[in-house]
Design a binder for this molecule. Structure first.
Ligand code: FAD
Ligand code: NAP
Length: 650
């Protein structure tokens, strides 16, 4: 016969992506949608009398209803119809089961088709129903799949995993910024939550406590070391303000000890906070062993198993290595730097993004001899004018740059703390150089921790090349009960507040009544180089490619912080730029700032950008004098005009 049922998986979706109201209503389960009434299939005598001539109609109607209810996905189709074949192929590709009614293969098929038309008002086949709701034809199904909404429709509300006896409502793998935020939020809704956190030691053996990258080997120690470096500059400036002192020295040991003590207190606070929130914490490495079951292995090799209804992957990333002789034996990464038990001495930093430039910046700021080896450009993905200015400033403040070179071999010349390493490097044009350093810090990117956690067992898809996890805009993977947040996500920003926000909002959507999704647009960020760089929105390059050069206006200016005038340093190094969309009332689409405390300033302007601030509103805002941020209320020179933007004084 023409009916068949296939086996397959089901998956999820979201509100914003939905283009069609009908699809959306169907997705959120609007009962008024053309959901068929379910009547008795058996026609009794009374009904027969009542319907009289309508008997056949009633029978057909009932038959249709029965078909519609027979499976989660039902396709009314014809074997000769091209779109019907395509829709079936599409479901096959998605590995989704369906019940197909081939109207040209069954008795009463023609009459059923006519009756179906009254039901659906759709003239063309196929007619696809999901969970008894009319979805539409081939185009509608494709749209639905594209929007990720189809998966939501199929996310069975009838699944009752609790009844299947899972121990936890939610298991979070990874107790970093995102995982901790999500787990505490979920527990607020009375859910039973387990967090697994485990730090495999770096190749040099460094490990740390609860809290993830940001707290232990990221934002926190980085910003504190940046502060240590800024203090050296402040000490220099202070002489012109009358401070007198001799013999100022810096102690790496005291700095790292103070910072590590503070981090230790944060690790402890996280544990307490999990306890207070009744979140169970397990210091073990988690990996899937069954679709709903996790194995946790602790540092002594002790194994435990846990099951849950839902899972959240928040395992973050770890530094990448070059894959050249000597890299894992002799090089350090940011995982080792912040707790290094000795001053690194003359240091080569390999890489040219956030981590590389920030670390190079504070190491040089502490007085060390620092070289940055750049493969191509500085700060890929950022506004390149700003990136160049950062490079120039670092260069003027003693950081050396070797451009278009990559290391090919690291050899130890002398063991010690630090020892001495010989680095052989090759230029992209072919030339080879060698140089000796005490320390080589690799900052060439980070790899998502997704390849050794058994994701193939539940069938979670990862990008095979990058290891990143693709999710829909509700942070849901291709497997409906498994979610992912933070640095493991594909095409999302790798920033602590982003991971936290995504985690919190996810828990509120899963367990509360919220529908709010994480907004990944216009996320502000700051690169903590010696001269901080704050940004929000589009780079100038991206604004040009999005709106066209003629449709954007760039307002810019150099400025001189008042505090820097007395020590007479760095005039015309601080720089402000806003990029406006001319066709949208000069709405600000890009904000860029090179200044001391750029992070503090950028945070406030990010709020304005979120509210849709335009150039006129910036101009109508009265500045605070004398502060750096007031420059944004007085920007008048456009880049197009080529006008003078140099500042002589305040
Ligand atoms: P993480 O915080 O990395 O947490 C993941 C946790 O999961 C880790 O503890 C990991 O050990 C654990 N884990 C991994 N696999 C398993 C497993 N199988 N079982 C159990 N546990 C597991 N962001 C900013 O916003 N501002 C900054 O200034 C900033 N500076 C940074 C500086 C540096 C040097 C670096 C490296 C990053 C910086 N970041 C900064 C980025 C920020 O740290 C990350 O975006 C953030 O920590 C991501 O959070 P997460 O929850 O995704 O992952
Ligand atoms: P990244 O942004 O991925 O940059 C990697 C850098 O290493 C690039 O400059 C790249 O050069 C270079 N590189 C890659 N492979 C190389 C090789 N084989 N040899 C030489 N150079 C190589 O990585 P990241 O700096 O580690 O930062 C990771 C993420 O952490 C960032 O995306 C950011 O979101 C987050 N973070 C945030 C902050 C902050 O908020 N202040 C600070 C630090 C980190 P090419 O350009 O040539 O590819």
């Amino acid at each position: 016969m023409g009916n068949s049922v296939k086996k397959g998986k089901v998956v999820i979706a979201n509100e914003n992506q939905v283009k069609s109201l009908r699809l959306y209503k169907a997705a959120i389960g609007d009962q008024d949608m053309r959901k068929p009434e379910i009547r008795s299939y058996k026609i009794d005598e009374k009904e027969e009398q009542e319907f009289g001539n309508n008997k056949e109609k009633s029978f057909l109607e009932t038959k249709i209803q029965q078909y519609i209810c027979s499976s989660e996905v039902v396709i009314f189709s014809k074997t000769t119809c091209e779109n019907c074949s395509k829709v079936k192929d599409h479901f096959d590709e998605m590995d989704i089961s369906y019940f197909v009614v081939e109207l040209d293969q069954i008795k009463n098929g023609q009459s059923l088709e006519k009756e179906l038309y009254k039901y659906t008002m759709e003239t063309a086949l196929p007619n696809v129903f999901v969970k008894e709701k009319l979805i539409g034809d081939y185009t509608d199904v494709i749209q639905l799949s594209k929007d990720g909404l189809f998966q939501k429709l199929l996310e069975s509300k009838n699944d009752k995993p609790k009844e299947a006896g899972y121990e936890y409502d939610l298991i979070v793998i990874g107790g970093g910024s995102g995982g901790l935020a999500a787990s505490k939020e979920a527990a607020q809704y009375g859910k039973k939550v387990l967090v697994l956190d485990y730090v495999p030691p770096s190749p040099l053996g460094t490990t740390w406590g609860l809290g993830g990258t940001c707290v232990n080997v990221g934002c926190i120690p980085k910003k504190l070391m940046h502060q240590a470096a800024l203090l050296r500059q402040a000490l220099k400036d202070s002489r012109t303000y009358g401070w007198q002192f001799d013999d100022v020295k810096h102690s790496w040991d005291i700095m790292t000890e103070s910072i590590q003590n503070y981090i230790g207190s944060l690790n402890w606070n996280y544990r307490v906070s999990l306890m207070e929130n009744k979140v169970k914490y397990e210091n073990g490495y988690g990996e899937f062993v069954e679709p709903h079951k996790i194995k946790s292995t602790n540092s002594r090799g002790k194994v435990k198993f846990f099951t849950a209804e839902k899972f959240l992957i928040a395992t973050g990333e770890r530094p990448r290595y070059l894959g050249i002789p000597g890299d894992k034996e002799y090089c350090i990464t940011s995982d080792d730097l912040f707790s290094l038990p000795y001053c690194p001495g003359k240091t080569l930093v390999v890489g040219a993004s956030y981590v590389a430039l920030e670390c190079a910046g504070f190491l040089a700021g502490l007085g060390l001899d620092v070289t940055v080896m750049v493969r191509s450009i500085l700060l890929r993905g950022f506004d390149q004018q700003m990136a160049e200015k950062i490079g120039e400033h670092m260069d003027e403040h003693g950081v050396k740059f070797i451009k278009h070179f990559v290391p090919t071999k690291i050899e130890q010349i002398e063991a010690g703390s630090p020892g001495k390493l010989k680095v052989t490097s090759q230029s992209t044009a072919g030339a080879e150089i060698t140089e000796e350093y005490n320390t080589v810090l690799l900052a060439i990117g980070r790899d998502a921790c997704t390849r050794t956690i058994g994701l193939d067992i539940p069938g979670v898809k990862i990008n095979e090349k990058t290891g990143k996890i693709p999710v829909n805009d509700e942070e849901q993977t291709n497997i409906p009960y498994i979610y992912a947040i933070g640095d493991v996500l594909e095409d999302k920003l790798e920033l602590t507040p982003v991971a936290i926000q995504a985690g919190r909002l996810l828990a509120r959507r899963l367990y509360g009544s919220s529908t709010l999704k994480c907004d990944y647009i216009n996320v502000p960020t700051t690169v903590f180089t010696p001269l901080e760089y704050g940004a929000c929105g589009l780079s100038e390059e991206n604004a040009i490619s999005k709106y066209g050069e003629d449709n954007i206006e760039v307002y810019h200016s150099y400025f001189w912080p008042l505090e820097w005038t007395v020590p007479a340093r760095d005039n015309n190094k601080c720089y402000a730029k806003v990029i406006c969309n001319i066709k949208d009332n000069e709405r600000v689409v890009g904000f860029h700032l090179l200044a001391p405390n750029a992070g503090e300033i950028t945070q406030g302007f990010a709020v304005a950008i979120k509210c849709g601030v335009n150039k006129e509103q910036l101009d109508n805002t009265i500045g605070i004098h004398p502060v750096c941020a007031e420059i944004f209320t007085t920007l008048s020179v456009t880049k197009r005009s080529g006008g003078n933007i140099m500042q002589a004084g305040c």
